[in-house]
Design a protein around this ligand. Sequence first.
Ligand code: GDP
Length: 367
Amino acid sequence: SEHQHICIGCGVKVQTEHPNELGYAPHSALEKETIICQRCFRLKHYNEVQDVSLTDDDFLRILNEIGKTDALIVMIVDIFDFNGSWLPGIHRFVGQNKVLLVGNKVDLLPKSVKPNKLILWMKQESKKLGLLPEEVFLVSAAKGMYIKETAAAIDEYRNGKDVYVVGCTNVGKSTFINRIIKEVTGEGDVITTSHFPGTTLDIIKIPLDDGKSLIDSPGIINHHQMAHFVDKRDLKVITPKKEIKPKVFQLNEGQTLFFGGLARFDYVSGGRRSFVCYVSNEVNIHRTKTENASELYENHVGEMLTPPRQEQLETFPALVKQEFTVREAKTDIVFSGLGWITVNEPGAKVIAYVPKGVQTMIRKSLI
Ligand code: GDP
């Protein structure tokens, strides 16, 4: 209909087409006297936030609003995909506000990883990206690890102010907030969403005990993540569910690794050496000679080299390459959203291939 419905919870325009996007409500909700979007409904009735995504422009608008407020900002990143899940430009939007950086999904990293070293690494990377967080935390929202400590720090740093939680989709923002809600309110407390007449905030406020709020903002989709190029069913394959078991490959020059059909890694020069692969345990790694690699890919992508699936091949982007020279010991070659390969000794020349649109990069080793 021509009539525009507005959610009384968050002020967003209500739509009935896209369940994972902002403002979704089922048709039946429109018949009610007061209309509430599904995200606010879930918070109100189940004390649970749900992840929804936004277009880039809308997201920038929200970040802008956040910059103008006086609040604590909690930014969540996925530690398994640190750079891929970074909010581009966040440093320009935080304004004078303090930021706490939370690295989620720490349960995925091998037990050998030292948390303090990783936190230091995160601080250095943040600085390079222009952000100086007050503190950095490693948590597992799914497993409930270090939530108490993080909740306590949020309460300390907010200093009586509102708290904005930001992050791109899939970093585990909803899981994190839901944990925090339980931590802050205890189970059973009913949370209500509040109404802001005349404004479209697209954010939902979760009341804290001093009248301030924990504010959930929608996530932004990072278009260069591998997740957007795989079938929904294959997301389970590339997204690690438990502790990653690093796989070590001794390679000679002129050897190639395929990660399913999603990525390819050529070892060009640097003598026989080992490469440590950190990808989901379910991703199939196939070794071959570089001279045969292109032909192998053409003949077997979609079957032996999968994902992608056969039926996706028509739309699946071609692999594009980027060459890297490893100049320092302990360097990672990163395939955004899929994982990384650690090179322990300097002096290697490698080529990384990913579907056109996905990012590859080189960084100081995270582990
Ligand atoms: P949002 O889009 O940022 O709100 O993310 P969600 O909370 O919906 O989580 C995205 C995906 O990450 C889901 O499949 C979660 O199960 C998973 N996830 C969230 N937190 C963790 C965590 O601490 N560890 C692991 N391994 N997975 C997590």
